[in-house]
Design a protein around this ligand. Structure first.
Ligand SMILES: [Mn+2]
Length: 305
């Protein structure tokens, strides 16, 4: 497991260290450029590298969490997972899945304390990570921030579609797993009935924050963040924008709580850089990722937000 000294294909999220395989007791960043089932406006395959390109131009210090990326214990960059380009979404998805499986085959995520922060790619990539976390942590809390419910049982012929990712994750839910959703403002009537029936959708920020606050400190939490959670006025560069979304400070309010809890993994998905030629969405996403890296390492007091 040598560090990559001159690896051409690894773009660094400053000041991460390059690595070939996930490091134990550490945070590992990995990109997944899969864009196979996007239906409306494509381009999420450029998401991970667009975030990395602007990351070196933003401050390493967060006044929200009062932590600095440069002060953290080492965290690692694995680059992007190989993705197929056969044009067959099912086959390409399998290639991405096998690539991730081979990285994590022999690792017990819980015992080895391997944390992942995944950069998408479309939302279906989250399944790869969440499935592993559900297996490793029988009491995992899955937090889902998104404009869309993503509870369809497949979409446009794809079982593992970005529109069905949470449904597919729930295939692996055991009695100790809990789903909590916030920001959802688009879906079918059936999806909204289902969320109401199962009490998964939190109606406002205070209620959602109250839920997180009440969690025991040692309860493992995974956060899946679709960037269309934010209003398209702030982040227009997503595949399926929905008016009526959240702002950055709502996210900070949630993160300030999560840094006091046991956040074991996260993903940030659905950035489609070409949709927003101003590049503001890329910078917004990079700042979100900075905050998430800091929250994944816990603690800090904060001065803003
Ligand atoms: Mn969405």
């Amino acid at each position: 497991m040598e560090d990559l000294k001159t690896e051409k294909n690894v773009l660094l999220y400053y000041p991460a260290r390059p690595a070939l395989r996930p490091r134990k007791h550490s945070l590992n960043l990995v990109g997944d450029e899969f864009d196979g089932t996007a239906c409306f406006r494509k381009g999420t395959s450029d998401g991970p590298d667009a975030i990395r390109r602007v990351a070196e131009d933003i401050e390493t210090y967060s006044p929200y969490l009062d932590r600095d990326l440069e002060e953290l214990p080492p965290f690692f960059e694995l680059g992007n997972l190989p993705v197929g380009d056969s044009g067959d979404a099912d086959r390409d998805w399998q290639i991405a899945r096998e690539a991730f499986d081979s990285l994590t085959d022999s690792i017990d995520l819980q015992k080895a304390e391997v944390k992942f922060l995944a950069l998408g790619g479309e939302h279906s990539i989250s399944y790869l990570f969440i499935e592993k976390y559900l297996i490793a942590y029988p009491d995992l809390i899955l937090l889902h921030l998104d404009a869309h419910a993503d509870l369809r049982d497949g979409y446009q012929g794809y079982r593992y579609s970005h529109a069905s990712v949470i449904r597919r994750c729930m295939d692996h839910f055991g009695p100790g797993h809990v789903l909590a959703q916030y920001g959802i403002r688009s879906g079918t009537r059936e999806e909204f009935y289902w969320m109401k029936k199962h009490g998964t959708l939190h109606r406002d920020l205070d209620e959602f924050c109250g839920f997180i606050k009440a969690l025991p400190e040692d309860r493992p939490i995974y956060l899946t963040l679709d960037l269309d959670y934010f209003d398209p006025a702030f982040v227009p560069g997503t595949g399926t924008p929905e008016a009526g979304g959240e702002d950055f400070l709502s996210f900070i309010k949630i993160l300030k709580l999560l840094k006091t809890k046991k956040l074991v993994g996260a993903d940030v998905v659905e950035l489609a850089p070409a949709v927003d030629p101003t590049g503001n969405s890329d910078v917004f996403a990079a700042k979100v990722v900075r905050e998430l890296i800091l929250a994944l390492y816990g603690e800090g007091t904060g001065h803003v937000g």
